[in-house]
Each structure stands twice: as C-alpha cells, then as structure tokens.
Design a protein around this ligand. Structure first.
Ligand SMILES: *Cc1c(COP(=O)(O)O)cnc(C)c1O
Length: 463
C-alpha cells in the first residue's frame, strides 16, 4: 500500500472540500456557523474512503465528522449565521462562539475538580486519576486528532476554550514519579486528543522511561486512539509506522501488555483494506486491539450497526470492549439517545452475536461517581426499574454492586435518574457528596481493598 500524506481540512477550509461542491449556500453557511463554535477537522481518508457521498446528509460518517445544523440550538445557529453573513469581525464571532460554548457544559463529570492527581501536594496537570488501577496521561503533543468526531466529549480543548482543559503534560518524569509513589496503579492510559498523532520518536520519549523503570506493579500500557479508523496509514505506510510497531514490541519485551483502545464508531470504518491491514499489523506485535465507542443518534443508533461492527472486530482478532452513552456535554441535544433505548439497542445487538463478541459491556455512562452500566429494565416489586452497576468507581468498594433507579423512558444521563420510590438516595450518594465537598476523591492509595493479581515481571524482562 502506498504512502499517503495526511491532508487535513478544518473550518476555514470548508470551501476547499470538493465533495461539498453541491451544498447550497445556506447549508454551507450553517456548516461554517457550527464550525465556529464546535471543532471540525476531516482528512482525505475520511472524505474518500469512509463517507458515502450519495447518502449525504444521512450518511453516518458524514454525521460523525461534519458539523450539522442541529448541533446548535436554533437561536444560536441563527445568531452565528447572522453574524457571519453581516461580516462581523473575527473577534465578534469568537466572542459569540465563546458565549455559546460556555452553555454547552464544557466541564462534565467532575473532571476538573475531582480527577486531578497530586504529587507532594502539587496538582499534576496532564494527568487524571479517577479509578484506582488506571492513570490517564495526556501527552502535550498528542492533544489533537487525525479528524474530529462531531460528538467529541473533549471538544473544549479543540476550540481553545480553556487552557486547563488541555490537561496536557510534557513531562514523562512526572508520570514516572507519580507511578513510583502509587503502587496501586497497574495501568497507564495514554489519551488525548489522539496520542498517535505524535510521531513515534515523540511517543518514545514518554514510553521509554516507563520501560526502563521496570516498575513491578505496572502491568499494561494502553493507548486510546481513533487512528485505526481515521488514519490507518499510521500503522502501515507512514514513515514511522514500522518504528511504532517496534515500540509496541519493546513494551512487550519489557514484560508489559500493550493495548490499543481503538475508537470505532461504525462498521464502515473497518471496511477499507488499509484499516484491516492496520489491525493485522498492530496485532502482529502482540498488542491487543480493544474497541470502544459511544452510542450516537444519527451515527450508530441501530443494533445492526453494532452487531456488524462487533462481528467485524472479532473477525480481525480485535476485542469488543465498551459501548458508552453519549456524555452530557457539547452538542448532546443532537446526538443523545434515551437510556432506555440505548439498553434496548445494546441488548438486540448483543443477543445476535456469538459469545466471542460478548466481551463488550454497555451501555456505560462515564458519570461523576463512576462508569455506570445499564444492565437493563426489570420489575422490582411493583416498580419498573433500570438495573445498574458500576464497572469502575471513585471508591473501589462501589464496583460490582447492582442497584436500581426508577425507570424513565426519556432520561438520557445518570443525573436524570432517581432512586426507586421508597429509597432516599443511591447507596454511594453520601460519600460522593463528601468527596465533592473536599473537592477530591479519597486517597486512592490508602483504600483498604487490596489490588490482587499483579504478576511478577517475567524472567525475560528482568534479565
Ligand atoms: C474507563 C476509564 C478508565 C479505564 O477503566 P477500565 O475499566 O479499566 O477500562 C480509567 N480512567 C477513566 C477516567 C475512565 O473513564
């Protein structure tokens, strides 16, 4: 397969996208208005291999990547279009966009207050530590993507809303120091943006110190990425693709597991031969590809899309991992799916695939207390209820305890759910309120629950 250079189109390049030539003036103006408020970026692979232009605007990948008029409230859309057609200055347009952005809940799920880890009392920017076993690391150079998803929950960092939102870290040493101080951490997840936007040489600066340190408690390095979908060339034909694969092999040789947490939103993304080749090459290093995505109206709110995607992943040797619920931020009004419908879509898709694809869990909400799984709907006594369970939690003791919420066919997010009639509050509510008052999670290192099962480093790695 031939080398291809990543060519990117953003808001100011909308007129250069030749596939949009047939768009009416009004539709083009609306697209530019939305792109002034929310992030927009596509590349040639998305334009030429993934979008079915005959099916636009309903095409799922078009909905996934191109700004849609429904993503803004009608009044906000009119206002932005009015400003732009009246020739408002860039400063005026930016100010109006800011004002709209601030109303789109840019800081959901207590990320800013509750997830920031500390070392010697100092908050560490560029890292999050919400669940005991796993630290999230946001390398400074990996905070954009090969293309942006319209529903992105990290959208604020791509519109320069708030420098704090970038969570960016330049310091591999800080990560290492934090890990040394936290033997309960078994996983590091490099995330972004997309860490694989970085050149391999830059990624090495973050990962090699972890390999040299040979921390006995570090089991897995994960990389969250949408590159296999948006830019599979990263693993196949990019100049440093082979070096990236070598880095994965080095992680394994150091006695660790390497997992690519691949974001696939739709089975179409797996169809181009180069995407298949990318997964094959990643797997040839011994890395495991685990697949996750949110359930999004207009993109994949259909059981067939999920069942087809999971089967395609299994066929390639990848592992279906999570179906998420669209988060309560950004253009959620356009993309959200009621929890009741999400549970039904999951169930219909789940029951139609083999057990090998049923490694997937969901629908799961990354809410303030934790990752809340919706098991389904059941009758409890005389009440209709959602059956819920935390897959991850701010307090490890909350994990795996089934609990109930009153059934609500319209609810789209955890904060809209209420306990069953007769219950005052959810079981974790009091402790969560205490965490919020103290503006931090409990000291995860001091939890009484032991971390079991961390294997010793294999001989090959200790040499
Ligand atoms: C999902 C998630 C993790 C990883 O959870 P696993 O269940 O181990 O995959 C870690 N940190 C945060 C903040 C997460 O949302």
């Amino acid at each position: 397969m031939n080398f291809r250079k990543l060519k990117i189109y953003e808001g100011r390049d909308i007129d250069d996208v030749r596939q949009l030539a047939g768009l009416s003036e009004r539709d083009r103006a609306a697209m530019k208005a939305v792109a002034a408020v929310l992030p927009f970026r596509v590349n040639d692979h998305v334009l030429e291999e993934l979008i079915d232009w005959d099916a636009v605007p309903d095409d799922p990948i078009y909905q996934l990547t191109f700004p849609q008029p429904g993503m803004l409230a009608p009044g906000d859309l009119q206002r932005m279009m009015g400003l732009m057609s009246a020739g408002a200055s860039p400063a005026q347009i930016r100010a109006a966009a800011r004002e709209i952005q601030m109303r789109l809940n840019p800081h959901p799920a207590g990320q800013m207050e509750l997830n920031v880890p500390r070392l010697d009392g100092q908050p560490l920017r560029g890292m999050q530590h919400k669940y005991r076993e796993t630290v999230l690391f946001f390398p400074a150079q990996g905070q954009t993507c090969h293309a942006y998803c319209t529903y992105c929950f990290r959208w604020p960092q791509f519109v320069g809303l708030d420098d704090e939102m970038k969570f960016a870290s330049r310091e591999a040493e800080t990560l290492l120091a934090y890990l040394r101080a936290h033997p309960e951490v078994t996983n590091v997840l490099f995330t972004g943006g997309d860490p694989l936007l970085m050149k391999t040489a830059v990624l090495r600066r973050y990962i090699e110190p972890l390999l040299r340190a040979r921390l006995p408690h570090l089991v897995s390095i994960r990389i969250g990425t949408k590159a296999p979908a948006y830019w599979p060339h990263r693993f196949v034909t990019d100049a440093d693709a082979d070096d990236l694969l070598r880095l994965f092999e080095e992680i394994r040789a150091a006695g660790m597991h390497i997992a690519l947490m691949a974001h696939f939103s739709h089975p179409r993304e797996l169809e181009p031969p180069i995407a298949e080749e990318a997964v094959r090459r990643i797997r040839s290093t011994g890395a495991v590809v685990r697949c996750q995505a949110p359930l999004i109206r207009h993109v994949n709110d259909d059981p067939t899309a999920w069942a087809t995607m999971w089967a395609a992943q299994v066929r390639l040797g990848a592992v279906p991992y999570y179906m998420f619920v669209e988060r309560d931020t950004g253009a959620r009004g356009y993309f959200e799916v009621p929890l009741a419908r999400a549970a039904e879509i999951f169930r219909v898709a789940y029951r139609s695939v083999s057990g090998l694809a049923r490694t997937v869990r969901g629908p799961s909400m990354s809410a303030t207390p934790g990752k809340v799984l919706i098991h389904g709907v059941a009758r409890v006594g005389s009440q209709q209820a959602f059956v819920l369970q935390m897959l991850q939690a701010r307090d490890p003791e909350w994990v795996g305890r089934p609990f109930f919420a009153a059934y609500d066919p319209a609810a789209t997010w955890f904060d809209q759910l209420r306990p069953l009639a007769g219950d005052d509050e959810f079981f974790f509510e009091r402790e969560l309120q205490a965490m919020k008052r103290e503006r931090r999670s409990r000291d995860l290192a001091r939890r009484s629950l032991p971390v079991f099962g961390v294997p010793p480093l294999p001989h090959a790695a200790v040499s």
